[in-house]
Design a protein around this ligand. Structure first.
Ligand code: KG4
Ligand code: ZN
Length: 374
């Protein structure tokens, strides 16, 4: 049900390998959220292939938007604005959403709003927290952790939270791989399928996280930077030093080729040393993410932490943040799993404050692959 004074924003997201559209009422109430994932297309390459991604966005964008409108129970003329991801992301993917959003806004005579994808991830958390009647107190530290990004921001609000504007200060970020990328690469080395995060998350529960100690990366210039390529390389060297891992890796490769990729099937083909290696890798990544985020919060005397992005779905990360934050009197917020990964509800929600303040784009809007948030 749409309340008559609630403004309706259509969000469009196509920055990486998900084509998504959503209708959000009043910046907070999700009426529909459709996500067409391309995982099955990129799986055999073990990562996103940009040319294939943009071709697939072209195929999906029209039906995905149509479904979002239908599920919201509205018609295109009922929309008040269209918000589209401008960047950062893959250039060829972004341009599909931006072009479609521009054409739709122009043909309907509706305002067009440009949204930074990273700000979208921040709004994924705020949106649901507000819906649950538990608005996060700002300022906050926000960790955005996905396959493409691992960044820490300080988030402040200017004005009241309803149509408020938020300001962002970049505190730190990864110097090499994103955390999700490290999960995907380690999963590839161990033949655990793609994407690697969800399977590693499930299998780690069966291993001993203290079995192997990975050295903590030292960040000399900025204590709040991250590095994951060292941990990934340490896993590679561990496998090279211990050739007994090889036969089971080959067995799992064959299982994946037969389409047997469930966590249970892969666990049945994994020995205890493999499960211990997986658990130790995950512990190293999680300790790194949680440790640095908490020290940033403590250093800035902030009592709220927001965690968003695909890796925010990780159960060990959630458990560890929950435990450490409870101990220190900090409140931590995560989006639901659906809103952790890329979606368009977060883009519509992030567009709402701009709608309220009339920050609209004209039709010269272009995608920006390296668009910074701060
Ligand atoms: O946000 P997202 O859908 O796409 C971008 O990268 O922007 O995140 C996908 C990433 C992948 O690297 C995937 O392996 C990781 O998030 N991921 C996880 C989990 N679920 C997804 N990593 C760890 N644990 C999970 N449960
Ligand atoms: Zn993302």
């Amino acid at each position: 049900m749409v309340e008559s004074d609630e403004k309706l924003i259509l969000g469009i997201e196509s920055s990486c390998d998900e084509t998504a559209a959503a209708v959000v009422a009043g910046g907070r109430r999700i009426l529909s959220s459709i996500v067409a994932s391309q995982i099955s297309i990129h799986r055999k390459y073990g990562g996103v292939v940009p040319e294939l991604a943009s071709r697939e966005h072209l195929r999906q964008i029209v039906p995905v938007v149509r479904e979002a409108i239908e599920q919201a129970g509205i018609g295109l003329p009922d929309l008040d604005a269209i918000a589209v991801t401008k960047g950062p992301g893959l250039a060829g993917s972004l341009v599909v959403g931006v072009t479609y959003g521009k054409v739709l806004a122009l043909s309907l005579g509706k305002p067009l709003i440009a949204v930074n994808h990273l700000e979208g991830h921040v709004h994924a958390v705020l949106l649901e927290a507000h819906t649950a009647g538990r608005a996060p107190a700002l300022p906050a530290i926000c960790l955005i952790v996905s396959g493409g990004h691992t960044i820490l921001y300080g988030v402040k609000s200017r004005g009241d939270n309803g149509g408020a504007h938020f300001t962002y200060e970049r505190i730190g970020g990864t110097r090499d791989d994103a955390a999700g990328e490290a999960y995907d690469k380690v999963a590839r080395m161990l033949a655990l399928g793609y994407p690697g995060g969800p399977v590693i998350d499930r299998l780690a529960a069966y291993g001993d996280p203290r079995a192997i100690r990975f050295a903590e990366p030292k960040m000399k210039e900025n204590l709040y930077d991250f590095s994951f390529s060292g941990i990934k390389t340490a896993v590679l060297y561990h496998l090279r030093r211990n050739p007994e891992f090889q036969p089971e890796i080959e067995t799992r490769q064959q299982a994946l080729a037969r389409g047997e990729r469930s966590a249970d099937a892969l666990r049945a083909l994994s020995t205890q040393p493999t499960l211990d290696l997986i658990a130790s890798f995950q512990r190293a990544v999680v300790d790194n993410l949680v440790g640095r985020t908490l020290s940033a919060a403590e250093q800035q005397a902030v009592h709220t932490i927001l965690v968003s992005g695909g890796v925010a779905a990780n159960s060990e990360l959630r458990r560890s943040f929950d435990a450490e934050c409870t101990r220190r009197g900090i409140e931590v917020f995560f989006p639901s799993r659906h809103l952790s990964t890329d979606n368009a509800a977060m883009i519509a929600a992030a567009g709402y404050p701009r709608f309220v303040s009339g920050e609209f784009e004209n039709f010269t809007l272009n995608a920006e692959a390296n668009l910074p948030l701060a």
